[in-house]
Write a protein that binds this ligand. Structure first.
Ligand code: ADP
Ligand code: MG
Length: 242
């Protein structure tokens, strides 16, 4: 579903991604971890070309994302991306936030988009909030709306960049719960997260990054039970000491 082929990215002279090659199969859940500044956000942001790469290639859902004929706006809208900050439109209701891209980008009829928005809200446990405004919701609820908004575009895969990092601790669980359900439903996912419990329970594979390199990819059992590199051992030891 997603192929990184010798991906290289520089910010100026800084080599932010160095020869990253990896694949995510359909239905697979990958958790990306690694120290701060190791390139995790940069890597997943390359998938919808929020960050351009200088060398290598990326294929998403059989689409070469650097193909000349690619309609970038349309492509981006189909890659489900959930960030640390939810970025909901404050002046639109929850249901309108979810329906706006299907209506504007895909040309879905407004009434149909609303029906779908209500279904998605049901799925993230927020059916009763359809006509509330984002400012009336908790952070955890807003993040669940952001997930529903991404799902409304029927994304072939979902990318998460520390979706729970900005949340108060008591709201982390409800967002992880929604992500777990998505994974069980067969969604292809790349999740950058420090939630190692989630990684152990849900990930098919863990990718460990350091200094712009993907230095380990293993099952959670392999990665947590028997990390290969010194850097991964240190990373896990530091996490445990927190
Ligand atoms: P992570 O998500 O793992 O914390 P990032 O992908 O955000 O790491 O960043 C990787 C490295 O690239 C860091 O050293 C960061 O300072 C640098 N970096 C990220 N974005 C930019 C940018 N827009 N310009 C210059 N350097 C950047
Ligand atoms: Mg990051």
């Amino acid at each position: 579903m997603i192929i990184f082929d010798k991906v290289n990215k520089w910010y100026g002279t800084y080599h932010a991604l160095a020869d990253v090659s990896a694949e995510v199969a359909k239905g697979e859940v990958v958790v990306v971890c690694g120290p701060s500044g190791s390139g995790k956000s940069t890597l997943i942001r390359t998938v919808n070309r929020l960050e351009e790469i200088q060398k290598g290639n990326i294929v998403f859902d059989d689409q070469d994302i650097y193909a000349a004929k690619l309609d970038l706006n349309h492509f981006r809208a189909r890659v489900g991306f959930v960030f640390q900050s939810f970025n909901l439109f404050p002046h639109l209701s929850v249901a309108e936030n979810i329906a706006v891209a299907p209506v504007n980008v895909l040309g879905v009829k407004r009434a149909d988009a609303r029906v779908r928005a209500l279904e998605l809200l049901e799925r993230v446990g927020l059916a009763s909030k359809a006509d509330a405004f984002p400012g009336q919701l908790s952070g955890g609820q807003q993040q669940r709306v952001a997930i529903a908004r991404a799902l409304a575009m029927d994304p072939p895969a979902m990318l998460f960049d520390e979706p729970t990092s900005a949340l108060d601790p008591e709201m982390v669980g409800e967002v992880l719960q929604v992500m777990k359900q998505l994974a069980r439903d067969g969604m292809t996912m790349i999740c950058v997260t420090h939630e190692m419990g989630f990684a152990r329970e849900v990930a098919d594979r863990v990718w460990f990054m350091d200094q712009g390199r993907l230095i380990e990819t293993g099952t959670p059992e392999e990665f947590f039970g028997n990390p290969q590199s010194q850097r991964a051992k240190k990373f896990l030891a530091d996490l445990r000491n927190h």
